[in-house]
Design a protein around this ligand. Structure first.
Ligand code: IFM
Length: 446
């Protein structure tokens, strides 16, 4: 039997966070408003009317947070850069105090022996760009490439690899189709240009990074899709869901084409927004790594309502997180193996860039330990089955602002008391440290 104790000695261990979820200090040092600052003001948009205004106050407490990571023993830290700190209105020269914050963070990480792995866009678009159309306009992709250049020029002497986008599918569906995340648009299938323009942004930014000698990754939210039954209508619905959720943001990068979205009534040019040369540009800079964010499989049945070609069905008989998400560690093995089968040699090395669970408040988190152990076993099994997985970054270092759910879902290895900002490591923090320590000693033996 293969388990997490069989993970290769050179396997990289990390933790993940994102700017708007932890930084706070939303009006400090020239930061401009983001779509999330504005969305959180909408009555009813976020549970309890909460926002990332203060969050974990990481902007001021980053030193303490890096120290927690140093003690944890991680190799890498995946964080995101807030575009509105660098370009408060989404274009023009860099806001130097904003860049200086990430300069300090990167230096502190390196001094602690931790490799920085920044994500350039984790959903906090400058509000000024939303007002000119956000990701529905092509120009936003060009603005993103300009912003990428500014950040890479400042941090690139110390940052070897970059993640361009975080979970573009979630941003598309929640932010532009259903309106449950910022910017709160409810365009349903008319949101599709926001998919293409995010991919275009990736392509342009990837070229800018590669020109500077950097490595490029993307972090996609991926899920194994299970048809609710063998009935042809359920199987067809599962294929339609897979095309949208998994393939839309991976096929163009690895295969240079969009998946078949005809079940959505969409043509190959996604309703006209794909211009000649775009797909070539999107795939032109080969990925150095695919970031996989995995939380659970998805069970899909034939549609019950007109509008979408699928309906989500319950996964029964498994534990659930506080969020209500099904816990299925073997789904991660299945996903990784299926990526290898689907993309073959076009698949770059994989890093798990997010995986974790939310629990209720409190420090007794045997549930999280079980979750992490099960998913790490699944990663080890996938590697044994021939998938090249290089590292695992758990979501998240600490409790933080969980978007539309506010502060009620606690994903942290470290508990945060949002009244006092006191950080208290949970049992899973000690467990993860021991896990890393055990693999590290095998690294020094090998
Ligand atoms: O908190 C989010 C993160 O921002 C993106 N991936 C999923 C996490 C849990 O919902």
């Amino acid at each position: 039997m293969v388990t997490r104790f069989d993970l290769p000695a050179q396997f990289r261990w990390g933790v993940s966070t994102a700017a708007y979820q932890i930084e706070g200090a939303v009006a400090e040092d020239g930061r401009g408003p983001s779509v999330w600052d504005v969305f959180c003001e909408r009555p009813g948009a976020v549970k309890g009317g909460e926002s990332g205004r203060v969050a974990c106050d990481h902007y001021h407490r980053y030193g303490e947070d890096v120290e927690l990571m140093r003690e944890l023993g991680v190799d890498g830290y995946r964080f995101s850069i807030a575009w509105p700190r660098i370009q408060p209105t989404g274009s023009g020269p860099a806001n130097q105090p904003g860049l200086a914050f990430y300069d300090r963070l990167v230096d502190r990480l390196l001094a602690a022996g931790i490799t920085p792995l920044p994500t350039l866009f984790h959903w906090d678009l400058p509000q000024a760009l939303e007002e000119t159309g956000g990701w529905l306009t092509r120009d936003t992709a060009h603005r993103f490439a300009e912003y990428t250049g500014l950040v890479a020029d400042r941090l690139g002497d110390r940052v070897p690899a970059w993640i361009t986008l975080n979970e573009p599918i979630v941003h598309l569906v929640f932010g532009y189709a259903f309106g449950i995340h910022a910017p709160g648009r409810t365009l349903m299938l008319d949101a599709l240009p926001a998919a293409h323009h995010q991919l275009l942004a990736h392509g342009l930014a990837a070229a800018a990074l590669r020109d500077r000698g950097h490595q490029v990754l993307i972090a996609n939210n991926l899920t194994p899709v299970w048809a609710a039954s063998d009935a042809p209508a359920d199987v067809a619905a599962a294929e339609a869901y897979d095309a949208l959720h998994n393939r839309l943001f991976t096929d163009p990068l690895l295969l240079g084409r969009y998946p078949d979205l005809s079940s959505y009534g969409l043509s190959e040019d996604l309703g006209g927004c794909v211009r000649p040369g775009d797909l070539e540009l999107i795939a032109a800079t080969p990925l150095d790594g695919l970031g996989v964010n995995y939380y659970n499989p998805t069970r899909i049945a034939a549609p019950t309502d007109p509008g979408l070609p699928f309906a989500e069905a319950e996964i029964e008989g498994v534990p659930r997180t506080h969020f209500g998400w099904p816990v299925v560690p073997e789904g991660l093995r299945e996903l990784l193996v299926s990526l290898r089968e689907r993309y073959g040699d076009a698949l770059p090395p994989i890093t798990i860039t997010e995986n974790g669970c939310s629990t209720a408040e409190g420090l007794d988190d045997q549930f999280r330990i079980g979750y992490l152990a099960g998913h790490l076993d699944a990663v080890a099994e996938a590697i044994a089955a021939g998938v090249d997985v290089r590292g695992y970054f758990t979501w998240s270092l600490m409790d933080n602002f969980e978007w539309a759910q506010g502060y009620g879902e606690r994903f942290g290895l470290v508990e945060v008391d949002f009244e006092t900002q006191r950080r208290t490591p949970r049992a899973s923090y000690a467990w993860y440290r021991e896990m890393i320590g055990a693999r590290r000693s095998s690294r020094s033996r090998s």
